[in-house]
Design a protein around this ligand. Sequence first.
Ligand code: 9MR
Length: 462
Amino acid sequence: MINGSSRGHERPRWRSRVRQVLTTGMVGVLAAAGVVTMAGPANAASTLGAAAAEQGRYFGTAVAAQYLGESGYVTTLNREFNSVTPENEMKWDALEPSRNSFNFAAADRIVSHARAQGMRVRGHTLVWHSQLPGWVGGLGANDLRAAMNNHINQVMGHWRGQIHSWDVVNEAFVDGNSGARRSSPFQDRLGDGFIEEAFRAARAADPNAKLCYNDYNTDGINAKSNAVYNMVRDFKARGVPIDCVGFQSHFNSASPVPSDFQANLQRFADLGVEVQITELDIEGSGTAQADSYRRVVQACLNVTRCTGITVWGVTDKYSWRASGTPLLFDGNYNKKPAYDAVLTALGGSSGGNPGNPGTGACTVTYTETQRWGDRFNGQVTVRAGNAPISGWTVTVTVQSPQRISATWNGTPTWDSSGNVMTMRPSGNGTLAAGASTSFGFTVMANGNWSAPVLGTCTATTA
Ligand code: 9MR
């Protein structure tokens, strides 16, 4: 039996009808009346790539060719991701170690693997001050211009038609408050115009690839992102070919997800370019890390032109942050709380790890069970881990102007914004090891059909 409870001032007249539908199974009647019935638990996307695809996005990872022989790595890569970025194999030092002598082998292995799996490829990166072979820095202006254009032509030509987006120019601005260009052979010899020149050469070399400018510490609104913004606005005004801006999104405690992350993505999108989150990783662990990941995913989903997210590696053990744990899978390819947060934010639903979580823990999965013209019903399933629990707490966050207007099978409390509902059991919260229970709620969409965001399940033990 469903225990209805609703927010006092918003008790909806139709709530009893929802209860009736749920208790008497009149879904067919609603469907005949033109009501959309959403996928049930069995159909919810259970991988990052599939869940992102249902949101019209891709979900990618950086890949290093040397791990393609490791079964845990490849299994996880193939199962979860539908876009890859070669982590180092398409950089100048890897591809053109001496002038006009190209070595595509390692990058080709990644591209072949991706294409065989139906994954997209992001090209990274054509013109960058780092991982640049010494010979480039020794060239005079005319030679350097010729070498840059040749590098772009040869590299893009090699994979023409196979790369969905290219980071044409990477990290060309300094950190800090000046908004100035970073010193590099390109900047120092060719001046500010090198970026525009690179983009024009890139458009000619592979007209179907999206051409991106990519940088870090540009994730919030600050002097550096303002400088990039002004450049992109100028490019758009003058018809310089640029299609996308990449936000690397390397976060840690000193550089957390900025509060204006979404606003920053949106202002770039409003210039008429795609925005992509290109190298996401977030230092930390547990709930705090999961919450940060969730915010990043939600920000992307809230920006129509945010077309995809790439995390900077499959597993913590191969992260460029040598002693860090910034990714979605641990060193044994177990899904971390951050994984569950991302999948849930994408509207997917995880089967969880067999044998995981451990003693005293619980997991949550979300499913949209029904949709009407103005609202949808969500169901959250709470499952105990390997040990019994005596109670549980889960937060459900909706995006304003969405409102939760009814709940059942749980006792809700609310934060002051009214967007965050904390749900606890309505009666005895005991769950045996591996057992599950569900609660439900109705969200008035008010035009926003984003899935609510679940917090990590917190268990209490007797
Ligand atoms: O993850 C990459 C690491 O393996 C390399 O040693 C490093 C060398 O510069 O580059 C790392 O990737 C960087 C990316 O290409 C550009 N943005 C910053 C990334 C992390 O440093």
